[in-house]
Design a protein around this ligand. Sequence first.
Ligand code: GLU
Length: 274
Amino acid sequence: MNTVRADILQQLKRVVIKVGSGVISTAEGLDGVMIAQLAEDICDFCARGIEVILVSSGAVAAGRNSLGIEGRPKTIPQKQAAAAIGQPRIMRAYKEVFLRHNRVAAQVLLTRDDLSNRRRYLNAHNTFDALLEYGVTPIVNENDTVVVEEIRFGDNDNLSAQVASLMEADLLLILSDVDGFYDGDPACDKGAQFLPLIEKITPEVMAMAGSSRGTLGTGGMQTKLQAAQKASLAGIPTLIVDGRAPGILRQVIEGSDVGSLFLASSSKLSARKR
Ligand code: GLU
């Protein structure tokens, strides 16, 4: 394991894990096997003394079939209706696995407004604090049913970075449907090079992300890079790995060189002072 990665993992006390719709759902709806695997792995992190906040997408993907919608819903009300149906389905799926490990999961729904208003920001912080103190796993999603375009995070990649910064996590771990960051789009460019370590997110790095989008999720690599950049400014490194690879969280925690690691641009302490 390279030493930068070892340093980060050895000091890991609190992690925000973000999972995309593309990882935990299929065209038919939620992928129960993937959700069970993820929840098991999170319990394993907790057993190692690491606090986990999960930011999970999948509400729209879990609900749209009940509306007879194929692919991504087109209008905002369609999306909101699908999310309203799907969100309790996601929570039920996680809750069942957590229960088998005697863990409790809590639902936290946020809008961008909630984190830009100081009073609500502090409320959200206090709620997370209390949940973690009681050993409960917060499961966060955007409050899709009440937000309109202007107050939407729009994608859970950015939301996860905000939560990581709010809770001063030691790592933002993004479970994606690709195995990390390439200098081109590996889906259409066979020569695209994999980048295991990105020390600084420069405009050139940003440009490499292109604007790829999956069919189920909202963000492509670009929103993941925006998230990594936000986290980096808050003093938090980001690791992007393939969330569908079997045993991936165990590999991360046991130090395998999987995924792409983006370093923080400053320490958490100096970020907080700033
Ligand atoms: N909040 C949306 C959902 O749960 C997803 C947003 C995203 O994937 O970035 O379906």
